[in-house]
Design a protein around this ligand. Structure first.
Ligand SMILES: [Zn+2]
Length: 202
């Protein structure tokens, strides 16, 4: 078991949780960590996605792309990957191929996008580590730590198992991994200070 991953989950499960109803109250800068209904690890909710934003003060903009109901999903690979998994579950690989090729008519396109929107809005929640610089570095370490953890495996019914992307289906994370350095104990201390100061109500 990864002790760093257990400590990270324990920390996240004690932090202020955001979801579709209150995401606009999240901080302006940081690394976000998503959880999904029905997924558990380390005695609490299991981390299913880790992400951040490029431009300063634009975390709300990044989150709005994930929670959006818009027809254009190009700004959120999270929405696109959930869409592919829903399509594969319902129609098999041919459904994904037709959608990727732009062969869905307007009715089918809007129907599947509504499903994606409902899935994210109803089943996803997240926490935020308020980090104002070097966000990408922390994001990479977090992804590395969680994706290499033996205890963080998806449930038998996790939607991501239907993803046509092997990295998603096997890792249990809604993202395609790279090779990164994992979290150190020093990183965990930084996260703990950030996460618990925020959650105590400032
Ligand atoms: Zn783990």
């Amino acid at each position: 078991m990864s002790e760093q991953c257990a400590a990270l989950h324990s920390l996240c499960n004690r932090m202020t949780r955001y979801h579709f109803d209150n995401w606009k109250t999240a901080p302006a800068n940081g690394v976000y960590i998503f959880f999904e209904e029905g997924e558990h690890a380390h005695g609490g909710d299991r981390i299913v996605r880790i992400g951040t934003h490029e431009t300063q003060d634009r975390l709300p903009g990044r989150l709005s792309m994930h929670f959006s109901a818009g027809l254009d999903m190009s700004g959120s690979s999270f929405r696109q990957d959930i869409c592919r998994a829903l399509l594969q579950k319902q129609y098999g690989p041919v459904g994904v191929e037709k959608w990727e090729a732009g062969e869905f008519d307007y009715g089918r396109e809007t129907a599947i996008i509504s499903e994606v929107t409902e899935y994210i809005r109803k089943k996803m929640s997240f926490v935020v580590f308020e980090i104002t610089d070097a966000r990408r570095d922390m994001e990479s370490k977090l992804i590395s730590t969680v994706s290499s953890c033996e205890e963080c495996k998806p449930s038998a019914v996790w939607l991501g198992r239907f993803s046509p992307k092997k990295d998603i289906a096997e890792s249990g994370l809604w993202q395609v991994e790279g090779l990164y350095k994992p979290l150190t104990n020093e990183d965990l201390s930084v996260l703990e200070r950030s996460g618990l100061i925020m959650s105590s109500g400032q």
